[in-house]
Design a protein around this ligand. Structure first.
Ligand SMILES: Nc1ncnc2c1ncn2[C@@H]1O[C@H](COP(=O)(O)OP(=O)(O)OP(=O)(O)O)[C@@H](O)[C@H]1O
Length: 296
């Protein structure tokens, strides 16, 4: 199964061009969609999820025309939006059961079996009687996955799922995503590079509504080999370096900025070659051609 997006564009009524001629081919497995705030990730996810219309372009999921066969898409889509609202005064088990009825699973024992297996899968079985208002952020996100899995989806979209989770909950959530079937397309939209690094076999970077790269994270790392140079500098000199050199990131290490420069050759005395990580890949596309760099 493939999700193929061709020439997708969207301008909102306030004039913001959120998607500019997006082209992506997404195969089964975990796909990371990386981009800073306002890049257009949610606009793209909502369009794929049939929640909003583009101005032009096409999307196909296998042989489904996503923009015209919305009901077909919805039958096979699991969507976990950025803000996942839950009814507070109902238990996880009851809400899942209710949602399963809405999905058309009317056979009681079949529903019970499905709900129980999803509660186990998302590690919520022991808390199934708890009201959702008592759930932590991570538990709510796992519940979100449980409801997204109700219809045995072929396409799962998760929008910024780990923001606000503590490290243990984040790990648990990412492990759960990683365990979903290889037959399913899972799109993980995030601005957190680590999420993609740990899970995804394919990724794209988008910014200002445009796809800047699509590819295998390991290949992207390989392409940067020998091109990332690092130096820890005095705080007051950092701005000067940024003006002169192609600084892609500037990270405080023990109170002093460590600059990463993208360059085919040693930029200046004092810089040492460093092994690129996925953050370098991300910043090289987002900031590589610009003099300004992000402080991370
Ligand atoms: N309904 C809307 N009407 C007008 N402008 C919008 C609307 N939704 C999004 N935008 C604008 O479109 C651009 C892309 O927004 P979008 O939410 O798709 O980005 P994002 O990558 O998901 O960012 P974030 O991580 O902050 O949610 C932004 O400039 C945003 O302000």
């Amino acid at each position: 199964m493939q999700l193929i997006i061709k020439n997708l564009s969207k301008t909102y009524s306030n004039g913001v061009q959120a998607l500019k001629d997006i082209n992506l081919t997404i195969n089964s497995g975990m796909f990371g969609l990386l981009g800073p705030n306002g890049a257009g990730k949610s606009s793209l996810m909502r369009t794929i999820s049939t929640l909003q219309e583009p101005d032009s372009g096409t999307i196909t999921l296998g042989d489904i025309d996503v923009l015209h066969q919305k009901d077909e898409v919805r039958k096979t889509l699991g969507y976990l939006p950025q803000e996942f609202g839950v009814y507070p005064k109902i238990s996880a088990e009851d809400l899942l059961d209710h949602l399963a009825v809405l999905k058309g699973i009317t056979n009681r024992s079949q529903r019970k079996e499905l709900v129980t297996s999803l509660l186990h899968k998302t590690n919520l079985f022991n808390d199934k009687k708890k009201h959702l208002s008592g759930y932590s952020g991570g538990m709510k996100q796992r519940f979100g996955i449980a409801q997204a899995l109700l219809s045995n989806p072929k396409l799962i979209i998760v929008d910024e799922p780990t923001a606000g989770l503590d490290p243990a909950e984040r790990n648990r959530f990412l492990n759960l995503l990683g365990e979903l079937s290889d037959e399913t397309i899972v799109i993980l939209s995030t601005h957190i590079v680590e999420d993609v690094k740990e899970l995804c076999t394919d990724m794209a970077i988008i910014n200002k509504g445009q796809v800047l790269m699509q590819g295998n994270p390991l290949k992207a790392l390989d392409d940067l080999k020998g091109k990332i140079w690092s130096q820890r500098v005095d705080r007051e000199l950092a701005a000067d370096y940024k003006e002169r050199l192609n600084v892609i990131s500037d990270k405080l290490v023990a109170g002093k900025p460590t600059l990463h420069v993208l360059s085919d050759t040693k930029p200046e005395a004092g810089f040492e070659q460093t092994i690129p990580d996925l953050e370098d890949v991300y910043f090289s596309y987002i900031f590589g051609s610009q003099p300004q760099a992000l402080t991370v």
